[in-house]
Design a protein around this ligand. Sequence first.
Ligand code: NAI
Length: 480
Amino acid sequence: MVKICCIGAGYVGGPTMAVIALKCPKVEVVVVDISVPRITAWNSDTLPIYEPGLDDVVKQCRGRNLFFSTDVEKHVAEADIIFVSVNTPTKTRGLGAGKAADLTYWESAARMIADVSKSDKIVVEKSTVPVKTAEAIEKILTHNSKGINYQILSNPEFLAEGTAIQDLFHPDRVLIGGRETPEGQKAIQALKSVYAEWVPEDRIITTNLWSAELSKLAANAFLAQRISSVNAMSALCEATGADVAEVSHAIGKDSRIGPKFLNASVGFGGSCFQKDILNLVYICECNGLPEVATYWKQVIKVNDYQKTRFVNRVVSSMFNTVSGKKIAVLGFAFKKDTGDTRETPAIDVCKGLLGDNARLSIYDPQVNEDQMQRDLTMNKFDWDHPIHLQPMSPTSVKQVSMVWDAYTAAKDAHGICILTEWDEFKTLDYQKIFDNMQKPAFVFDGRNIVDADKLREIGFIVYSIGKPLDSWLKDMPAVA
Ligand code: NAI
């Protein structure tokens, strides 16, 4: 029986391994992690991450051929194939601080593999890593090899949170990069045969190591760029009276552009886009390509601009101050159908409003108060370390309260900011909400999910990103 061990039981390691176990009943899969609470949760009825369909997959194979354990060394030693899916945060100090990937966790995983291995191993990069990481890992392993043969493969993960299980069941492609030697090709075939249990052959792409590593960074950079492009257009739409939804629809009909990923919003978030672009920027700089680096940096700048622009709209339209005013924040996760708050635009928007002394009442169906307080007090990039190593916030933000439904959040509020596109926000009883708010009552829709005309009929002043402005908003321009 082939034995797989995955180091890192996070948003990637957990779901990917659960799906491999489900689709390959003859393979034994053990997911290991240094975080005891995380492994305990994976072994309980309340999994550590929320992902539609995940519970069902885990229930079907946990205890059969899927196991979660903190006994990292034992399972690594026994495995034939080792996936490494640990954190790759942005460095916060030293060389490349604020840009380069911090490979501390990766390196310690590689050294541990070298320490405990007694048989040949295929080591698979699942984490997103800088190009040429495989070479560094190879060096660590071969310099400590005790005669053991290691093959390094790059198999970046393209799942999107919120649709992870469907993405894993029906991937657009699986990418496997390896050495062009006979041993490298054999390792590629071994991993390919795992995926081939459920993924059609023509969707399994094999490349050299560096192409696979760079493709993941490139994919995230292109996706984020698309969001920043449509968001940049949204600012111009507001200035000219064009409607960004109409523009997106019109350009998306061009088959060269395509209709997906063209929704304007308050900005992108999630653990990957910003981190991976910063990493790409750093790699460009290191390779003497400052113009290319500047080009990609602009994607992040526009994203930051979009969040600032949103806060400025809120403050300026409410008579240029939100001091002491209650603002309801609907949604805190970086997108719907996940509880993940890493780099969510809600953090910057909330901080911006708190900077103007607002009182916030936040509701998100999947995010608890602890997490929100942690996010609002943590330093940039600290979130991307194993949970038990993250600093606990010494104080909480007093002007923030968390509630468990949208109506309580909006009661007596002056304005509502919709920051995540949860479906339930589309069907709220907005008349009831309006009746219980201060007047004039504002809705700032950061995801363009409400029926703005209907809300205006009720009496709200509505701001929708990239849409023609209410006369109220036109009269109160947002100047940074
Ligand atoms: P995560 O933070 O949810 O999980 C990483 C896990 O690794 C943590 O539970 C941590 O305790 C564990 N860990 C760290 N060092 C360890 C060690 N030495 N031994 C054992 N366990 C260790 O991170 P996530 O989101 O799963 O991301 C992992 C990697 O996958 C990152 O490189 C990320 O960029 C990449 N990725 C993430 C995607 C996402 O949607 N979250 C999608 C595609 C790639």
